[in-house]
Design a protein around this ligand. Structure first.
Ligand SMILES: Nc1ncnc2c1ncn2[C@@H]1O[C@H](COP(=O)(O)OP(=O)(O)O)[C@@H](O)[C@H]1O
Ligand SMILES: [Mg+2]
Length: 380
């Protein structure tokens, strides 16, 4: 019904309804709400406003707005900053604003402020306050925990590096002494003794390989890598050249698709190709070895693959082989340390990519890894 057709009683009834609705809304929100007029005089507030700000009833009932304001300011860590904002907003009645308030007792509020309008004109301002102390506490606890974890990870990585580095020194010395004994006793020691010395030397060599593996793994983790435009063809070529002798000896034929320019660390990308191709050679079957380095891409990433026709990997081991020191299959076969693939995984993850393997035991394996196309910062 148009307003002019309403009786006075109906209009009063409508108004009472509106006021009651407004009151219910004001009191049912979890936020503390305060409404002031253009002169900054308090015109309305809800109970939550009093509770959140812990304003005594007598102060608010005294209608002494200055005292109320003083009470509010007294609780804040930066009362001047808040007052400044309030003054600014009184000068700009049409502006909406938001900020955070920090309390002396450790609480945090979010503050919103919107003009109250009648038609076009701003006649006052609504302030609302939300207690976010608990949320901030949880955020802070999470942040602290992440920081502590990162620190302890870094410490562990540093520890692994130092331990591997320092352990090599006495080990190399033991190896050298064993070699001297081997030479000195060559003509006098019986065969069993000579074999023991030989075994000892081999164990020392093996342990040294492991320590060097650990060192190179730690280096990936500890060094801050620069990612830059890198021609992955050159990285593959470098890896093949480093493996030149082994490739020749194995009679492997290595082919490749044309590879892209990627955002990566060249030294580490060489390491990945080298590890994957040397595994293909190490774990080859009886057929002449064929290795192919392939490429696929979609909008967001490049997917590299290194395929071989070697001995393959049993399904239960497909995940495990990427773990540190994890080796599978016939361990009396080709010797290794089980660090190569964990290093590859670490490198690819730092490039924000993924690495995995698919394999048919007895027929061959394909290792896949991805590199994102967008420029990105290395992962920690
Ligand atoms: N191309 C491959 N074909 C078959 N098995 C593989 C291949 N690459 C890796 N593996 C398996 O994964 C294990 C872990 O590899 P890696 O971390 O490089 O260690 P390592 O080469 O020192 O043994 C290897 O011991 C082997 O069992
Ligand atoms: Mg390996």
């Amino acid at each position: 019904m148009p307003d002019q057709d309403k009786t006075k009683d109906q209009i009063i009834e409508d108004l009472r309804n509106s006021v009651s609705l407004l009151h219910s809304i004001l009191e049912s929100t979890a936020d503390g709400i305060l409404v002031v007029n253009r002169d900054g005089k308090i015109v309305a507030y809800n109970q939550n406003f009093l509770d959140l700000w812990r304003i005594p009833q007598d102060i608010i009932e005294s209608r002494d707005d200055d005292r109320a304001l003083e009470y509010v300011l007294d609780q804040l860590k930066d009362p001047e900053g808040f007052l400044q904002k309030v003054r600014e907003l009184y000068g700009e009645p049409d502006v909406e604003s938001f900020d955070n308030l920090e309390f002396k007792d450790g609480r945090f509020f979010e503050r919103y402020s919107k003009p109250q309008r009648i038609g076009e004109a701003a006649v006052g301002r609504v302030w609302s306050f939300r207690d976010v102390t608990e949320r901030k506490r949880v955020e802070k606890a999470l942040e602290d925990r992440t920081e502590a974890l990162e620190r302890s990870n870094k410490d562990l990585e540093q520890f692994a590096y130092v331990a591997a580095h320092d352990l090599r020194e006495p080990l190399v010395a033991v190896g050298a002494y064993l070699k001297i004994i081997e030479r000195l006793t060559k003509n006098t020691l019986e065969e069993t003794g000579q074999r023991c010395i030989e075994k000892g030397i081999n164990i020392v060599l093996r342990m040294d390989t492991m320590l060097r593996g650990l060192l190179s793994y730690s280096r990936v983790t500890l060094s801050s890598v620069e990612l830059e435009s890198t021609d992955s063809n050159s990285c593959l070529a470098q890896a093949l050249s480093n493996l030149g002798l082994v490739i020749k000896k194995s009679g492997a034929s290595v082919t490749n698709d044309s590879l892209p320019i990627v955002n990566s660390n060249a030294i580490q990308l060489v390491q990945v190709f080298q590890n994957l191709i040397s595994n293909a050679i190490k774990y080859r079957g009886t057929d002449p070895l064929k290795v192919h380095v392939g490429l696929k891409s979609d909008d967001s990433e490049y997917q590299f693959s290194v395929n071989d026709n070697g001995i393959g990997i049993e399904p239960p081991c497909l995940e495990r082989i990427f773990n540190m020191f994890e080796r599978t299959g016939d361990l009396s076969g080709p010797s290794g340390t089980g660090i190569g693939l964990s290093t590859c995984r670490r490198i690819i993850e730092r490039h924000r990519g993924r690495i995995w393997v698919e394999s048919q035991p007895g027929r061959g394996s394909t290792f896949y890894f991805t590199l994102p196309k967008t420029r990105h910062v290395p992962a920690a």
